[in-house]
Design a protein around this ligand. Structure first.
Ligand code: ADE
Length: 226
């Protein structure tokens, strides 16, 4: 998979890709990440990429021309499956969407800033608008790194034990069951006996039951969201 990220703040995006699972995925050649600094596509001497909004109002708007130049340049080199715009008014990111996007070959992610982008960018270039939740961040960069993490860990070969992604919360619309590790008893707080029994069938049954109970208690909406 190849992901091209268009941003005004590439330095804000770097570190999530320099550690742990994402770093290893890049090193193994399972994903390529390319950052594009929008300012490199500015057309005037001031390297301007934003301007006042027509009709008045507070806040700057990201201009269409630098974004067009960047996206059109990328599209002339390869086909893209999706051109994604990170925005709080997009479709809310869910596990199913991450699963779907993890199967794609080439993605562009445009990070918004200031008040957002000129609507014509959204109308002409963007194929998908994604929000990571009902809150407003200072820009799309942190949201883009959240999206990339959710997608990349699902690419086959990225996690050493592939089944571990399949047992995550939200796969099957269930939260994950409680988990424990040694010691089996700490300050009188003990681990459920069943997990120490060695009976894998019974343990699996307990986990399914616990996942269901936890989902019912915390996120009943997921159970009716099939
Ligand atoms: N940009 C600002 N806030 C955002 C959000 N919640 N999701 C995606 N992109 C954003």
């Amino acid at each position: 998979m190849r992901i091209d990220i268009i941003t005004v703040l590439p330095e804000l995006l770097q570190s999530p890709f320099d550690a742990s699972i994402l770093k290893r995925a890049i090193e193994k050649g399972l994903v390529e990440i390319h950052f594009h600094n929008l300012r490199d596509f500015a057309t005037n001497n001031y390297k301007q990429i934003d301007d006042y909004q027509f009709g008045g109002g507070a806040g700057m708007v990201m201009m269409i021309e630098p974004i067009d130049k960047c996206i059109s340049g990328l599209k002339s080199e390869r086909d893209y499956d999706e051109i994604i715009y990170m925005t709080p008014d997009g479709e809310t990111l869910k596990q199913g969407m991450a699963n779907e996007l993890s199967l794609k070959e080439n993605l562009i992610i445009l990070c918004g800033h200031y008040k957002g982008v000129d609507q014509r960018v959204r109308d002409q270039f963007i194929t998908r608008e994604i929000s990571i939740g009902d809150f407003v961040l200072s820009g799309g960069e942190l949201a883009a790194s959240v999206l990339c993490d959710a997608i990349i860990r699902l690419i086959p070969g990225v996690l050493s034990d592939e089944t571990s992604a399949l047992t995550d919360s939200f796969q099957d619309n269930l939260l994950a069951p409680p988990i424990y590790t040694r010691p089996a008893e700490y300050k009188g707080w003990s681990v459920p006996d069943i997990l120490l029994s060695g009976n894998t069938a019974k343990i699996e049954e307990w986990r399914e039951d616990a996942a269901y109970k936890r989902t019912q208690e915390r996120r009943p909406d997921l159970l009716s969201d099939q």
